[in-house]
Design a protein around this ligand. Structure first.
Ligand SMILES: Nc1nc2c(c(=O)[nH]1)N[C@H]1C(S)=C(S)[C@@H](COP(=O)(O)OP(=O)(O)OC[C@H]3O[C@@H](n4cnc5c(=O)[nH]c(N)nc54)[C@H](O)[C@@H]3O)O[C@H]1N2
Ligand SMILES: Nc1nc2c(c(=O)[nH]1)N[C@H]1C(S)=C(S)[C@@H](COP(=O)(O)OP(=O)(O)OC[C@H]3O[C@@H](n4cnc5c(=O)[nH]c(N)nc54)[C@H](O)[C@@H]3O)O[C@H]1N2
Ligand SMILES: [Mo]
Length: 777
């Protein structure tokens, strides 16, 4: 087998649209010296170091995880695994796993038992709840990396037990824009397309998505189409010459922060060159006249100037998307974390609506997710939304939940939009949130403007709970640290980017006293004695399967309907896509096949936003638009990013991820092959900029923004001139004794700014102006 560090996508298995399904290729990695004969048993699971949802089996020997193997019949990967999947499991057995709870005593974190640790959290919660409006003093910052059952439990205890609107997660940093764009265009969250669209399409457009490094198995599927008969055309929009951009037929290396100007020009081309499906637009959409009027102001020449790409290349891109018969689009952080994120992502939806390219094989939009279960965070309402894609502004939706949970509707926070994560941290900064419970995320590395985040988490009057596998940079600032069981040590379900639900079974026991997040939340609910209107326990479930059943009831009748799923159906399956109901017992491959969209006022998840400002409309305004099952075509003018280069900070910084590491590396840095492949930070600099700065490969650079300074060696790479790229993986826990304020800081978020998209509230991690200087020798 190929060395998958050196050959991340493995060997090609070319196929064409008429060749049947994507060929199977089973990838496997066992601990050094072991063969399949040494494996005691294989346990069904799914990968968790991206959102692709690759089915895999965990190899167990003597009660320990000793490897993984792709599941040949899984609909997502047909057996393939990427480098992080093949090696990431090694982190589970890392000797520095948290094995006992910790509490802060005299300034130090010391080991304790569960009774004491939970006792402290419960005591503090009760104290806060005893004061008027006490629910508003408790906030939750959760994740896109738990299981569905865990989020649903958290959502119920937060909304119906405590009644706090301050619950969100790192999904706000990740794919809040995907959700916002899907809601704005189609009425509710939910991915229209399917990964099988890769098999059928004749063109693929990747909008700010470095799929080769971020969803490497999906990239293998695309590459296999490109090497087979009738290969699809390919468009990449990315300021860097990524592997995707290199493969593409047309690459637009846009100036960071200008996506919307480009999209407006592309839409204008579709309209003026007659590439729209007029019948589809007339029957299934609303808003065409406004879209035509706004985009009329964006001739290709204007976009070429704003985006700084050749006009002829924009015309080529327009022709590629305008003449495709089965166009597949994928959208990710190059759009979601950049300027005018939701507006730009909605323009991709517009391309598909204008061309009638939704709901049929090959013609699909994937507003991608990033984390393995970010979709579930959104479905269950652990991101602050109401569970089941219910509309917080619709009293009938709130009443449905109140009846389901048997609580007073007034307990459920719905008097204003849920508090987004950036605002939860702002409340903590101002002192109104006094207890912040952080699960499965590392904000001391992943939030923008880290000097500020450290100040907030260190506030003496803020009680911080951190629930993690390891003592992270965030854990080091906590008052209580709870040791959690990892993937492979607990059971649950998770849903990937194309609505495929998988079951991930427990293979081994967690280390020491570590417990599953589900058990921790259930324990808290029990100790807090949350009750329903009849005095019965608010949360009646006790384990993953009963939690899943409770969620099925909650999802009934909603777009993400799970009623016909179950652990028995998921076990041994290829993965099943929701909605899965009695009418569609096998699941649903594509949404909106009939061109009917869930925009009905009684059903929709949102009454809509003013996309330029983020203002939310109310029910009366929405009803007056008579959506009648049509999708919305949105139109917004381009505006420059909130920070652009000037004479003090003349370069643009973009940040993102790279192949071998996952986020803040708590897992991948503990997998030796992965860590060895990328042991430390670097900064990518364009060759001309390097010449101007008299740099050679590996020279140490000082990068400074208005927020902070980092130091990193240069890699000279084909990125846009005037732009640098910094991977955001590298915090400081494994960085010698030095702390973040030391002169060897290297985290990208020392430099990024506290700004977010007005609609999705997703931080703009790909917008910052910096000054770059060679380090004095
Ligand atoms: N290896 C690996 N895979 C991962 C992860 C990981 O940490 N490591 N994380 C997972 C998660 S949670 C996520 S969210 C996904 C993210 O996956 P991606 O979105 O593919 O990853 P990013 O590197 O954040 O950003 C994608 C690209 O956006 C480009 N970009 C920057 N600014 C702009 C701009 O203004 N316009 C355009 N058009 N492009 C721009 C960058 O050059 C970058 O190549 O990956 C998932 N998969
Ligand atoms: N500059 C910059 N910053 C970014 C981004 C960027 O592109 N640029 N991307 C943003 C995006 S898209 C994302 S998703 C975030 C990611 O940011 P984070 O969520 O902060 O990153 P992770 O390292 O994945 O942190 C997850 C934590 O959960 C722990 N964990 C894993 N599994 C479990 C579990 O089952 N239970 C518990 N309790 N803990 C668990 C891990 O050990 C780890 O500490 O970063 C964001 N920040
Ligand atoms: Mo993400």
């Amino acid at each position: 087998m190929a060395d998958r560090i050196d050959e991340p996508w493995g060997r090609r298995t070319p196929f064409g649209p008429r060749d049947g399904p994507w060929p199977i290729r089973v990838d496997e990695q066992l601990a050094e010296g072991l063969t399949e004969e040494d494996v005691d048993r294989w346990v069904q699971a799914v990968s968790v170091l991206h959102s692709n949802g690759d089915g895999l089996d965990i190899a167990v020997r003597d009660g320990r995880i000793v490897g993984v193997r792709g599941r040949a019949d899984d609909r997502i990967n047909h057996g393939r695994l990427g480098p992080k999947d093949l090696y990431g499991w090694q982190a589970n057995a890392s000797p520095d796993r948290l094995t006992t709870p910790l509490i802060r005593e005299g300034g130090e974190l010391v080991e304790t038992d569960w009774e004491t640790a939970m006792g402290r959290i419960v005591e503090r919660s009760r104290q806060l709840l005893a004061s008027p409006g006490g629910w508003g003093k408790i906030g939750f910052h959760t994740s896109g990396q738990l299981f569905l059952e865990e989020y649903y439990t958290l959502a119920v205890l937060g909304k119906a037990g405590i009644g706090t609107p301050h619950m969100d997660g790192n999904t706000r940093l990740c794919t809040a824009t995907a959700a916002a764009a899907l809601k704005a265009s189609f009425g509710t969250d939910g991915q229209p397309g399917s990964y099988t669209d890769v098999d059928h399409c004749d063109a693929i457009a990747l909008w700010g998505h470095n799929v080769a490094e971020s969803q490497d198995v999906l990239w293998s599927r695309m590459l296999d189409r490109r090497r087979g008969t009738d290969p699809p055309a390919m468009l990449a929009v990315d300021p860097r010459l990524t592997a995707v951009a290199e493969e593409a037929d047309v690459h637009l290396a846009v100036r960071p922060g200008t996506n919307l100007a480009l999209m407006n020009a592309l839409i204008r081309e579709l309209i003026v060159r007659g590439w729209c499906d007029e019948a589809y637009v007339a029957r299934h959409t609303a808003g065409f006249e406004e879209l035509e009027r706004v985009t009329a102001g964006y001739p290709v020449s204007r976009a070429a100037e704003i985006c700084d790409v050749p006009a002829a290349r924009i015309e080529q891109a327009a022709e590629l998307v305008g003449t495709a018969e089965r166009l597949l689009s994928t959208v990710l952080q190059g759009f979601y974390q950049s300027n005018q994120a939701t507006a730009a992502a909605c323009q991709v939806n517009n391309v598909h609506l204008l061309r009638g390219m939704i709901g049929r094989p090959g013609a699909g939009v994937l507003q991608m997710n990033g984390q393995p279960s970010a979709q579930n965070t959104r479905e269950t309402g652990a991101d602050g939304d109401l569970p089941g894609f219910r509309n917080w502004a619709n009293p009938d939706h709130v009443r449905e939940l109140a009846e389901l949970w048997n609580v007073d509707p007034l307990t459920i926070p719905h008097w204003s939009p849920p508090t987004h994560a950036m605002q939860v941290f702002r409340y903590a900064e101002l002192g109104s949130v006094e207890l912040l419970w952080i699960t499965a995320t590392n904000p001391a590395v992943s939030l923008p403007d880290l000097p500020r985040i450290r100040r907030i988490l260190s506030r003496p009057d803020l009680f911080v709970v951190v629930q993690d596998l390891f003592l992270t940079e965030t854990g080091m600032l906590a008052d209580v640290v709870l040791p959690a069981a990892a993937w492979g040590e607990k059971q649950g379900t998770l849903t990937n980017s194309d609505r495929t639900v998988h079951l991930s079974d427990k293979a081994v026991e967690p280390p020491g006293l570590a417990r599953s997040d589900l058990d921790i939340f259930l324990d808290y609910a029990r100790r807090m004695d949350f009750r329903d209107r009849d005095g019965d326990p608010l949360i009646g479930w006790t384990d993953p399967e009963s939690a899943f059943r409770a969620w099925q009831a909650c999802s009934a009748g909603r777009p993400c309907d799970y009623t016909h799923l179950g652990y028995d159906r998921l076990r041994g399956s290829a993965g099943i896509q929701w909605p899965c109901t009695a009418q569609a017992p096998g699941g649903t491959e594509r949404l909106y096949r009939d061109g009917r969209f869930p925009t009905d006022p009684d059903h929709c998840q949102t009454y809509g936003y003013h996309l330029a400002s983020g203002a939310e409309y109310d029910g009366a305004h929405y009803r007056a638009r008579h959506p009648d099952g049509c999708a919305f075509l949105h139109a917004v003018h381009y505006q420059p990013a909130p920070e652009t280069p000037d004479s003090d900070y003349p370069m643009q910084l973009i940040t993102g991820r790279t192949l071998y590491h996952f986020h803040t590396r708590t897992k991948t840095a503990r997998a030796p092959r992965l860590q060895h492949a990328a042991p430390d930070v670097w900064v990518e600099v364009n060759p001309e900029d390097a010449a101007d700065l008299h740099l050679k490969e590996g020279d140490l650079l000082r990068v400074e923004s208005r927020r902070g300074v980092i130091h990193a060696p240069a890699r000279i790479r084909p990125i846009r001139q005037g732009t640098i790229f910094l991977p955001f993986h590298y915090g400081y826990w494994d960085f010698g004794a030095a702390g973040p304020e030391a002169d060897n800081a290297r985290a990208a978020n020392e430099l990024t700014m506290t700004v977010w998209d007005p609609v999705s509230k997703q931080p703009l991690y790909k917008i910052a102006a910096v000054r770059v200087e060679p380090e004095e020798p």
